[in-house]
Design a protein around this ligand. Sequence first.
Ligand code: PGA
Length: 257
Amino acid sequence: MKPNLVIGNWKMNGSQQTNEVLLRAVLAGQKNDAHLEVVICPPFPYLASVAAHLQHSNVVLGAQNVSATTHGAFTGEVSASMLRDIGCRYVLVGHSERRALFGETDEAVAQKFVAAIDHGLIPVLCVGETLDERRAGITNGVVTTQITAVIKHAGIEKLTRGVIAYEPVWAIGTGETASPEQAQAVHRHIRGKIGVYDEQAAINLQILYGGSVKADNAQAIFSQPDIDGGLIGGASLDAASFTSICDAARANPGGTA
Ligand code: PGA
């Protein structure tokens, strides 16, 4: 059985002091469970100190962004090999905030995805539609385009070595979440699309839901058959909420891979 995955995306929040308090409480709430992997993605400056904290725990480190290039004159960029070097196992690529606020195109996201895979990181490819796109009835098409861009650049084999996070843009940070049925329908669509290329890889693929997952809705979301965990923003900054969300993921072990 593939493990579920819960990823805490701290976004641009925290300080040395608050991180320490939060991490201590998060680690105290963790249980040893082979069926759940828990990941924390702090801002870049805190990766090293969070890595030190997570040593000897079963929580692993991730980053929120990565450069598509390997090294050199790219001021302000951080490469995949640096992230590996500092102890990251995962990295988010194509988060909707990066797409919307920093102009990341499907092509740029695909290049980051490949850079991550090629340097031993597990990329978490974020996809999702805006409210207008959902209202227009083109959710599945939007998500398919975002995923196909990566398949074109990386190939299906590399794509399925990553993780996909379905995050409807209208649900991120808004307190509004997709209903479990809405989320399940898109997850099923994504798995079906991947299955056209490789049926077994599609079954094995971890597909996470993100967008206002909270302690009180996590159980209903994670109980859906094609939802293998969550990408958690706001609620990952509160140890009690994040712990409850992890517990909900434990209570709903994933598919049959
Ligand atoms: P949210 O963020 O849980 O605060 O909606 C999710 C995300 O952006 O990954």
